[in-house]
Ligand binder design. Structure first.
Ligand SMILES: *Cc1c(COP(=O)(O)O)cnc(C)c1O
Length: 431
């Protein structure tokens, strides 16, 4: 017989699990997942509003619903704040995620049966760019650019030749696992010469772009830039699209509702505006600190004896570091061991891994955007590398490393690069 469980006990469990998660991930772990971040307390406060209960189908001031006068103004204002940071006033804030942003742009640029040429998976293309993801779901054929292993990047000459042969409707650059900027200008020229468009997926690097530490693809020939608003850009989970091509903007704006969403999760918008203001004020320093922390962590890991990718290219120019951990037992084992010691990373395919290796790939992917936001700097990067080496190279006790991780996190409980509002701290969430 199963134990009798009262509704109160179930409720206690639900709230208990949520509290336990908050305490673990906000206060006790070093989070090195490259696609995550934390909002400031002020942005969190703006996030928790009645907007989360409401609908506003259509565009600002042209809605299909009543009751939208404040979200209309907010949506326009938020785009206005972002506009100089993105070098365009053609901005769509309604995509509720980066994947939806990609879907909306891809679907407008191509019909089922058409082709798209995408960056090689080894150079970081996201699953949504491939036949296994959104592109495939839309019936668009995925043709991959060749890979230049020496530069860990797109093989530019090969890609240009391929574009001239295939004559795709569009090309996609940008990715999820990349250390070095993709060749935007060269691919833009090639795709434009055959009448196609260039989409740049800045999901990971939006925060670096608005902070000036990564080239803005819209200034180098991209027609549209899709993004997530919660990776290096430390806002609420969501997406956006910025355009230089006005026609494309109009078509996507007309179809995103009703093709890809009805509710655009309105409570994201004021939190996005607060985060954009924070990035306007502190984004340049934040982006610079992220990139220098990433490089410092890569150098420290290499000095500890890890095999860090990209050594002859300076390791990284993004927020990411890639480590080949085959000698430490492979990506799956290493990611699990690190988790047991409260260091959170994800296992990742490295350029030489076949797709089947996805369950136990050669590497781990590390991102430093969140620890940077918690205020960590070069000496903490050295300490993180030391903790990882203690655990994975020198065979230290898991519980001992975990205790040191918890101690280290105690000094970093305030979100940096944030506007100070008269709000409670993030710690109140976990009490
Ligand atoms: C994370 C990511 C996405 C998907 O973003 P979501 O907001 O999670 O839907 C799309 N493209 C790239 C390159 C990504 O890294």
């Amino acid at each position: 017989m199963p134990e009798a469980v009262t509704p109160e006990e179930i409720l206690g469990k639900v709230l208990g699990l949520t509290r336990a998660h908050n305490k673990w991930r906000l206060l006790e772990t070093i989070n090195l997942i490259a696609s995550e971040n934390v909002m400031s307390p002020l942005a969190l406060k703006a996030y928790m509003s009645d907007f989360m209960h409401r609908y506003a189908e259509g565009k600002p001031f042209k809605r299909y619903y009543q009751g939208t006068r404040y979200i209309d103004e907010l949506e326009v204002l938020t785009a206005e704040i972002l506009s100089p940071m993105l070098s365009t006033d053609l901005i769509e804030l309604r995509p509720i995620s980066g994947t939806i942003a990609n879907a909306a742009v891809f679907r407008v640029l191509a019909e089922p049966g058409d082709s798209a040429v995408i960056a090689p998976v080894q150079a970081g293309a996201h699953v949504s760019h491939t036949k296994f993801g959104t592109l495939g779901a839309l019936g668009i054929k995925h043709v991959e650019m060749p890979y230049d292993a020496e530069n860990m990047n797109v093989d530019v000459d090969g890609a240009i030749k391929l574009i001239e042969e295939v004559k795709p409707k569009f090309a996609v650059l940008g990715g999820s696992v990349y250390l070095f900027p993709h060749p935007v200008r060269e691919i833009a020229d090639a795709i434009h010469s055959i009448g196609g468009k260039l989409v740049y997926d800045a999901a990971h690097v939006l925060g670096l772009i608005v902070g000036g530490a990564w080239r803005n693809p819209l200034e180098h020939g991209a027609d549209a830039m899709t993004a997530s608003t919660h990776k290096t850009f430390p806002g609420p989970q969501g997406g956006l699209i910025a355009f230089t091509d006005k026609n494309l903007y109009k078509k996507v704006s007309k179809t995103i509702f009703p093709w890809f969403l009805s509710n655009h999760h309105l409570h994201r918008i004021p939190a996005l505006a607060v985060t954009a203001l924070e990035m306007r004020q502190y984004g340049e320093k934040y982006a610079r600190d992220i990139v220098s922390n990433a490089r410092k962590l890569a150098e420290s890991l290499a000095a500890e004896g890890f095999r860090v990718l990209g050594e002859n290219l300076g390791y990284t120019r993004s927020h990411q570091v890639l480590v080949d951990v085959r000698r430490q037992g492979g990506g799956a084992r290493v990611a699990k061991l690190l988790e047991d010691a409260n260091i959170i990373v994800n296992k990742n395919l490295l350029p030489w891994d076949p797709p089947e290796a996805v369950k136990d790939p050669s590497g781990i992917r590390i991102g430093v955007q969140e620890v940077t936001r918690w205020g960590m700097g070069p000496s903490e990067m050295e300490e993180i590398a030391r903790l990882m080496a203690d655990l994975l190279i020198r065979g230290a006790d898991i519980s001992h490393v975990k205790q040191r991780v918890i101690e280290l996190r105690k000094e970093f409980t305030r979100v940096h690069y944030a506007l100070e509002g008269n709000v409670e701290t993030i710690l109140d969430l976990v009490s």
